[in-house]
Design a protein around this ligand. Sequence first.
Ligand SMILES: Nc1ncnc2c1ncn2[C@@H]1O[C@H](COP(=O)(O)OP(=O)(O)O)[C@@H](O)[C@H]1O
Ligand SMILES: [Mg+2]
Length: 460
Amino acid sequence: MFRTIRFRLTLWYVLVSGSLLILFSLYLYSLIAADLRAQFDRSLLRAAEATAAFFEETAEQTREVSASAQETVRELRLPGAAMAIFQEDVLLASSSPSLSRDVLTASRSEMAARGHEPRIADIKGGRARLARRRLQIEGNNYSVILVEELSGLSAQLQSLRRAFYFGFPSALALAALGGFFLVKKSLAPVVAISEQAEHISVKNLSERLTVRDNDELGRLAGVLNALLSRLDASFKIMGDFMADASHELRTPLGVIRSSAEVTLSRDRTVHEYKEALKAIEQQSIRATSLVNDMLALAMADSGERPLRFEELYLDDLVEECCRAHHPLARRKSIHLSSEIARDIQMNGDPALLKSLVSNLVDNAIAYTPEGGSVSVRFFAEASNVRLIVSDTGVGIPSECIERVFDRFYRIEASRSRNNGGSGLGLAMVKLIAESHKGSVELVSERGYGSTFTVLLPLKA
Ligand SMILES: Nc1ncnc2c1ncn2[C@@H]1O[C@H](COP(=O)(O)OP(=O)(O)O)[C@@H](O)[C@H]1O
Ligand SMILES: [Mg+2]
């Protein structure tokens, strides 16, 4: 539960919105508090101004300063605020007797601290505010002082704080709830995808995930589907390959077994034993070459055999291959001719290129009847080399041209098998050409012969 993305996202959401809420509340609170305080000060100052004006007017009318001060205090007494009038340091009138000393010391120290006329200041350790208005009447200095407790303001601020204290957890709970549902809703497709994917195994690789929308998750499902398709195709190829391979191996193994069984069923002459062993040898050679071909293909597929590229003279390689095939051609009375341009240096894997040339020449001889001819031509072009192996053999029907490069594909399986072919030769040729960034082309007509053209870049 605590490890789920849903939980973690909700937690982050609550943390972020909680911090924002706290910051915003603090900002709002300080703004309101400052505003209330400024309002409080303004009205206290206005009251001090009005008091001073009243005092001045009364004093000028009656010419009795002390009495005027008493009258001012009596007349203008404000609820919640205390008032005092001084002539220099002497108290003329005060609305509350305890006030005079406090006020005197506070206003003195304020004056000393600020130097100039302090109009408004904190007293009683910040629990009250003092406003002071100075005036001159007939050359004498007077101060009108008003003091108001901050308790009203504090109560207002406290109720504001209380509103925040109660509002904050509820807002946070709502945010958590909203966040949870939001996250749950947006993760629902992921949950659906993983539930569907859980049910897909090798047995039902053809199933696909449902792509709902064209958003990020829809694209994810699409990408997974493409991956499934590729896996499906690879599994099919692998399965086919296994089936074909076992089918191919069954023939030589069956022949070996039956030869051995039949021969061992009773005593034989030395000649008969020799014949049986010869047949067994032949079939084992076939099986071995089949297994070797399969291994080479499997290794090339998996990239297990790294390509060993080097600078080589391809003309030497082609020449050597033709020479090696001469005895075979002669045995079948096939005229094997070659036309090889000299000194063609290129970059490639010699073992693989040898196998490519020999596979093509092998096929040409194998699928050309006695008395036919096979020609090998090799020359360089601007940035390519071109190898052309053509024969006057049985040819390949046009509908099979596409497929002859497939693994285990043979046009006439039985005839080809008698030639010792496994159906892997041309697949190897294609793979080798492509691993050298080249290509193979085939032009053929049934009954008239075939021409295989391999194009390889000089610098692979
Ligand atoms: N030069 C050719 N002339 C006619 N048919 C050919 C030639 N080369 C290949 N083929 C056909 O293509 C099939 C595939 O060739 P390949 O992959 O070399 O397998 P195989 O082991 O049968 O030789 C062969 O079975 C054969 O029928
Ligand atoms: Mg072959």
